[in-house]
Write a protein that binds this ligand. Structure first.
Ligand SMILES: Cc1cc2nc3c(=O)[nH]c(=O)nc-3n(C[C@H](O)[C@H](O)[C@H](O)COP(=O)(O)O)c2cc1C
Length: 347
């Protein structure tokens, strides 16, 4: 008979294996809009040089040199801690921020917190996001932040992940708790979806809270409903559920979102990061794609990909005559008819 701790750890390791498998073999396109539904209008006379581009982003009281970071994935098992150490090295070398995976496991079994703290030891001066679920108390939020001396806290909202899990939560009264944590905690709090997108209604509900940022975690990348279905084999299918990352960015605009905005969910290129910035994101992040590259080809390859993205993003800024993020927000996008349709319906 497995202990509660072993069951929790087993789930963490299964998430890693299935997220990897999903990206490798079964990445199916979301039924929603993708970044290919928008095209960038070029500027043939940019009056700029690649040397003059500054794509750094000021968010959460910090300057992010490159507007991208490694999103929350794991921690709390031997395998997970090793992955976090590798991710922390990559983040340190590439001057990126990084989020650790849910720290619930270490809050429950404090002997597992050393693996999480290791990330801070490696990336000693980096911007780190702590991560907990929305049902945790303010006390636990503080413990999670202290565990890694975090600069910000991500609170994940994952109803569509919990419901397909046989052992998942069934009660979701979160808003008041999130607001309490956000108003009392000393670091900025970000509410984070995990792959199903954020609607106008949710943006508006969060507008009334003290949270500093919203991570849209849209559909189109890692699909936790798929992962949990594979784990539990109960057949609850949410393949066509949720808003894609692009759709959530449009929802943010239509809801007149004023909170800092993070675009996550299937980000696999500099062009997608760039389009996210044009559509109002302050930062963007990836989980599954980074994990796939790390597991398939190792940390050096991940660093190569990130180096390439930095160069590509620089060139995209030049191609559109944008010196900085403020100017890139003025770049025009051509919308597909599906995109126009979406906007018309959702206005
Ligand atoms: C293996 C794995 C584990 C994850 N665990 C967490 C977690 O513990 N907490 C969390 O907020 N998000 C978690 N996520 C979700 C990601 O942070 C992200 O929101 C989601 O995967 C969408 O981004 P992607 O399409 O780039 O993977 C996890 C993702 C992966 C791939």
């Amino acid at each position: 008979m497995k202990t509660e701790k072993e069951i929790h750890q087993h789930r963490k390791d299964e998430h890693l294996s299935l997220a990897y498998k999903y990206w490798r073999e079964e990445k199916n396109q979301t039924s929603g809009l993708t970044f290919s539904d928008s095209r960038i209008i070029p500027n043939s006379l940019p009056e700029l040089s690649t040397e003059k581009i500054n794509f750094s982003s000021e968010v959460f009281g910090q300057n992010f040199e490159f507007p991208f970071y490694i999103e929350a994935m794991t921690g709390g098992t031997e395998r997970a801690d090793k992955i976090n150490r590798q991710l922390a090295e990559i983040a340190k070398n590439q001057h990126l921020a990084m989020a650790v995976g849910s720290q619930s496991i270490a809050l429950k079994f404090p002997e597992l917190s050393a693996g999480f703290s290791e990330v801070r030891k490696i990336h000693s001066s980096g911007f780190l996001f702590a991560n907990i679920g929305a049902g945790h108390s303010l006390e636990n939020a503080k413990r999670a932040v202290d565990m890694i001396e975090a600069n910000a806290l991500e609170i994940h909202v994952n109803t569509a992940q919990e419901l397909p899990m046989d052992e998942g939560d069934r009660e979701f009264y979160w808003l008041e708790n999130i607001n309490e944590i956000a108003s009392q905690l000393e670091v900025p709090v970000i509410v984070k979806e995990v792959g199903f997108g954020i609607s106008q209604k949710t943006f508006k509900a969060l507008a009334k809270t003290s949270v500093s940022g919203i991570n849209i975690g849209g559909a189109g990348g890692t699909n936790f409903a798929w992962i949990e279905r594979k784990r539990s084999k109960n057949g609850f299918n949410l393949d066509e559920f949720g808003l894609s990352t692009l759709e959530s960015l449009l929802e943010a605009k239509m809801a007149d979102n004023r909170k800092s905005l993070i675009a996550t969910g299937g980000i696999t290129s500099a062009q997608e990061i760039f389009k996210s910035l044009i559509l109002g994101a302050d930062l963007s992040s990836s989980a599954g794609f980074i994990l796939k590259n790390l597991m398939q080809t190792g940390p050096e390859k991940v660093e190569e990909v990130i180096e390439q993205w930095k160069q590509d993003l620089n060139k995209l800024f030049v191609l559109t005559g944008s010196k900085n993020i403020e100017e890139c927000r003025k770049v025009e996008l051509l919308y597909s008819t599906n995109m126009l349709n979406f906007i018309q319906q959702r206005k």
